[in-house]
Design a binder for this molecule. Structure first.
Ligand code: ADP
Ligand code: ZN
Length: 723
C-alpha cells in the first residue's frame, strides 16, 4: 500500500502531498511519523493507493503509525482542501484545526489504569502465604478490582504472586477524565409550546440547508435546539452545538448534560488538557455523539452529522482571530452540505448579513415573537444623561436608575448593571497639559485599577505604577476620565451600603472556574447586584432579576465602524433580555447622551424589523456590507522599515488589481491602523471596499507574497474589529 502524506510543517514550500509505503490495512486519517529530509517528522495520511507513481526503491516506508482509530475523520480531507484554498494557508495548518492541540504536542496521553480480574482458576496456598490467600478470596468475591488499591491493601508482592500463579488477570483499562461539576441529575424534555412545535416542524419540513431562528429573548430557543439534537440522535446521527463562549454559559452546559448525559461531550478552554483530550476521543470513537463548544468545536471529529446548531449566531467570537481567519458560519455550512444536514442559526438579534439572506430566501426564516408563558419583554426607560448633568448630577447613575435600584432591592429582587469598561477609570489625564497616560508597547490609553492601585494596558496586559506627577509636564493634577466597573461598584457601595454586590469582568474571572463561580453565586442569590461588562449580556437566565441598568448605551454607537449601530442594537436587546424572565415584569433603564438616536429608538421598542429596514437602507446607500465586502490587509512588524516595505508591496499589487478591474473597487487606500501599535508591533493596513469576493484569491495571494520573517501580512474579510 502507498500512503499520501501531508507533513505537519506549516510552510508553503512543503505544502504538498508526499508518498510513502505503508502496511496493508493502515487507515486513511492516521497520524504518522515519516522520514523527511534526513529527520523524522509527523504527518497525516490523507489518501491511500495500491500503486505508486514512483519507482518502488524511491518510496520510503512510514516509520510509525500513531493511534487507532485514526485521528482524522474522512470529511477532514475535503474540508482541508477547501479551507486551504479559500484562506491561502498550508494544508497542514488546516488539518491541525481538526485535532486538539494537546494531541499534537504529545504532552497529553490517554490515561490507563490497571485492573485485575478473577481468572476462575482454583489455587491453593501454603500456610505462610496468608496475604495471597486473602487477596485471592477477595478477588473471587469481587470479580474484579483496581490494581493499585489492592497493592495497598494486600501488599504488592502478594498481588503479583497471585497474578503469576494465574489466579488473576491484569488488564489495562482506558479512563476518561470527563469534566465534572456541570450536571446534577437528569432532566426530561419539556412539553413544547405551540410556537416551539411549529418552529421545529418548520425546520424539518423546509429543504434549505440554513435555518435562521429569530426568537425574542426568553422565547425558548434552547428547547428547540435540544429537540433538533434529540431527533438527530433518534435517526442514528450526531450533532454539533456551538455557543459563543462556553465559560459564560455554564447553565447551557448543565442543561445539555442533564438532558443527554454521557452522549454529550464538552470542548472548552476551561477544561484541563487531559479532560479536553478525553472528551475529544469520546467523540472520535463514537462513544459521545454531541459536541458542545465554542468556535473551534465546529472541527469536532464527528461523522454522520445530523444537525449543526449555532446559538447567538450574530456574535463576533465566531470569527477566528488567527490563521486561518475563518468564519465559523462558513465552515459550518460546508460541513452541513457535506453531511446533507441542516445548519440552524439562532438569535434574538440576527446579524444584518444573516437576516438579509433570510429575507432574500436563501435561508429559511423561523420567527418566535413571544416569550414563553407570554411574559412581556421588559419595559425600557431612556434616561437622558445630558439633562442629568444639567441638573448637577455628575455620578454614573441617573435619578431614574437610582430610584429603580432602590425599589428592586427593597422588594428583594436582583439587578444587573452593565457597562462595557473594566477597571476604575478608562484613562488618567493630566489636567494641566491634557496628556493621557499611555502604554509603552501599545498606542492606547492606560486604565486605572483601584484594587491593585496600578495602571493597566487592556491590550497587552502591561502594568505600571500610578505616577504622582504627569510624565509630560510634571503637573500634579491627574484626573480619572471615564467610569469603569470598579468605580461603579465603589459608588454603589456608597449609595446602597447594605446591598451585596458582585463584579464580573476580565479582572475577576481568572482561573478555571472564574466565570462559573460568580454566575453561580448570583444565581444562588448570594448577591443583590451584578455589575459587569459584556460578559453578563450572554444568554443567562436569572429568574429573580427584575432590573437591568445600561450605563453607557451609546458608547459603541460612536465607533467608526459600519457595524456600530448593529452592535449597539444587539447589545441593548441582549442585556435588556436578562430582566423579568420569570415571575415579575422586568424593567430596564438605558442611559444615553443621544436619546434621539434611531438605533436606540428601535431597541427600546424591540423593533428588530424596523431596525433592520433602516440599517439595510443605510448600508445600501453607502455601499457597506452586505452590499459590498470590506477587505483589510493588515501588516504588522517590530519595526517601521519592513512594515512599510510590505505595505507598499501589497498596496501596489492592489492598485494594479484596481486598474485591471476598476468596476470591482469602491474604495482603496493604505494607512496606519487606528491603533498604531499593539504589543510593540507597528500596525499598518491596506483598506479596500470591494463589490464582492471575486478578487479575494488574488488579494490573499498578495498577502502571502509580501509576508516575511520580519513582517506579518494577513487578510481580514468584513473584520469584526477595525482597530
Ligand atoms: P431563549 O434562548 O430564547 O432566550 P430560553 O431557551 O432560555 O430562551 O427559555 C426561556 C425560559 O423558558 C427558560 O427558563 C426555559 O427553561 C423556559 N422554557 C423553554 N421552553 C419551555 C417549555 N416548553 N415549557 C416550559 N418552560 C420552557
Ligand atoms: Zn500595552
Amino acid at each position: 500500500m502507498y500512503a499520501q502524506v501531508i507533513v505537519d510543517i506549516a510552510h508553503s514550500q512543503v505544502d504538498r502531498i508526499f508518498e510513502y509505503s505503508c502496511e496493508d490495512g493502515t487507515p486513511a486519517g492516521s497520524r504518522v511519523k515519516v522520514p523527511f529530509g534526513g529527520r523524522t517528522v509527523d504527518g497525516f495520511i490523507v489518501g491511500l493507493s495500491r500503486t505508486s507513481a514512483y519507482p518502488a526503491e524511491k518510496v520510503k516506508p512510514v516509520s510509525f503509525v500513531y493511534e487507532e482509530p485514526p485521528a482524522l475523520v474522512p470529511e477532514c480531507f475535503s474540508l482541508m482542501s477547501e479551507l486551504s484554498e479559500r484562506y491561502r494557508v498550508p494544508k497542514a495548518v488546516c488539518l491541525r484545526l481538526f485535532l486538539p492541540s494537546e494531541m499534537r504536542s504529545g504532552k497529553v496521553r490517554e490515561l490507563y489504569k490497571k485492573v485485575l480480574k478473577f481468572s476462575g482458576a482454583a489455587l491453593s496456598f501454603s500456610g505462610s502465604a496468608k496475604k495471597q490467600r486473602q487477596f485471592y478470596d477477595f478477588l473471587r468475591e469481587a470479580g474484579q478490582a483496581e490494581y493499585t488499591p489492592c497493592c495497598e491493601k494486600f501488599g504488592r508482592g502478594a498481588v503479583n504472586a497471585v497474578v503469576e500463579k494465574g489466579g488473576a488477570l491484569m488488564e489495562r483499562v482506558r479512563i476518561n477524565r470527563s469534566p465534572s461539576g456541570f450536571a446534577d441529575g437528569e432532566e426530561a424534555g419539556k412539553v413544547l409550546t405551540p410556537a416551539q412545535s411549529a418552529a421545529l416542524d418548520g425546520i424539518e419540513r423546509d429543504s434549505r440547508t440554513v435555518q435562521l431562528v429569530h426568537g425574542v429573548t426568553g422565547s425558548g430557543k434552547t428547547e428547540i435546539y435540544l429537540n433538533v439534537i434529540s431527533r438527530a440522535l433518534q435517526r442514528g446521527k450526531t450533532a454539533i452545538f456551538l455557543v459563543p463562549e462556553i465559560s459564560l454559559t455554564p447553565q447551557m452546559f448543565s442543561q445539555l448534560k442533564r438532558r443527554f448525559g454521557e452522549r454529550a461531550a464538552i470542548l472548552h478552554s476551561g477544561l484541563s488538557a487531559g479532560e479536553r483530550f478525553d472528551e475529544w476521543w469520546r467523540l472520535r470513537t463514537g462513544e459521545a455523539k454531541i459536541a458542545i463548544g465554542a468556535r473551534s468545536a465546529i472541527f469536532s471529529p464527528l461523522e454522520n452529522i445530523g444537525a449543526i446548531i449555532i446559538d447567538e449566531e450574530h456574535d463576533g467570537s465566531y470569527f477566528s482571530e488567527s490563521a486561518p481567519r475563518y468564519s465559523t458560519l462558513e465552515v459550518a455550512r460546508l460541513r452541513a452540505e457535506h453531511n446533507g444536514c441542516k445548519l440552524i442559526l439562532g438569535s434574538a438579534t440576527p446579524s444584518v448579513e444573516s437576516y438579509s439572506a433570510a429575507v432574500e430566501g436563501r435561508y429559511n426564516l423561523i420567527t418566535l415573537k413571544e416569550r414563553i408563558n407570554g411574559k412581556p419583554l421588559p419595559h425600557i426607560t431612556i434616561a437622558d444623561m445630558r439633562k442629568e448633568v444639567k441638573r448637577g448630577n455628575n455620578t454614573a447613575f441617573s435619578s431614574a436608575l437610582r430610584e429603580q435600584l432602590k425599589d428592586t432591592l427593597e422588594s428583594g429582587n436582583q439587578a444587573i448593571i452593565f457597562l462595557n469598561r473594566r477597571g476604575y477609570s478608562r484613562t488618567v489625564i493630566c489636567q494641566d497639559c491634557g496628556y493621557a497616560l499611555k502604554c509603552e508597547n501599545c498606542d492606547v490609553a492606560l486604565a486605572y485599577h483601584s484594587e491593585e492601585n496600578c495602571l493597566k494596558c487592556h491590550y497587552c496586559g502591561a502594568r505600571y505604577r500610578m505616577p504622582r506627577a504627569c510624565p509630560e509636564c510634571g503637573g500634579l493634577h491627574l484626573r480619572y476620565g471615564g467610569t469603569g466597573t470598579q468605580r461603579v461598584v465603589a459608588d454603589l457601595k456608597h449609595d446602597f451600603p447594605s446591598a451585596r454586590i458582585l463584579r464580573m469582568d476580565n479582572d475577576t474571572t481568572s482561573g478555571k472556574e472564574g466565570h462559573y463561580k460568580i454566575l453561580r453565586q448570583f444565581a444562588e442569590r448570594q448577591a443583590d447586584i451584578l455589575v459587569g461588562t459584556q460578559m453578563i449580556a450572554k444568554g443567562h437566565d436569572f429568574p429573580a432579576v427584575t432590573l437591568v441598568g445600561i450605563l453607557d448605551a451609546d458608547m459603541s454607537l460612536h465607533f467608526s465602524d459600519y457595524r456600530a449601530g448593529e452592535r449597539t442594537f444587539q447589545l441593548i436587546t441582549q442585556v435588556a433580555g436578562r430582566s423579568g424572565r420569570a415571575g415579575e415584569a422586568g424593567q430596564v433603564v438605558l442611559q444615553t447622551y443621544s436619546p434621539e438616536n434611531a438605533v436606540l429608538r428601535y431597541a427600546v421598542n424591540y423593533d428588530y424589523e424596523g431596525f433592520f429596514k433602516n440599517e439595510v437602507a443605510l448600508r445600501k446607500a453607502t455601499r457597506f456590507p452586505p452590499f459590498s465586502l470590506i477587505c483589510r490587509v493588515m501588516v504588522t512588524a517590530e519595526e517601521d522599515g519592513p512594515a512599510l516595505e510590505a505595505l507598499r508591496g501589497v498596496y501596489f499589487g492592489a492598485e494594479e488589481l484596481r486598474q485591471r478591474h476598476p468596476e470591482e473597487f469602491i474604495f482603496l487606500n493604505k494607512m496606519h491602523s487606528p491603533i498604531k501599535k499593539i504589543q510593540g508591533r507597528v500596525r499598518y493596513q491596506v483598506l479596500m471596499r470591494l463589490e464582492d469576493g471575486g478578487l479575494l484569491p488574488e488579494i490573499y495571494a498578495l498577502a502571502v507574497k509580501f509576508s516575511s520573517q520580519k513582517a506579518l501580512v494577513y487578510v481580514e474579510e468584513n473584520p469584526v474589529n477595525l482597530s
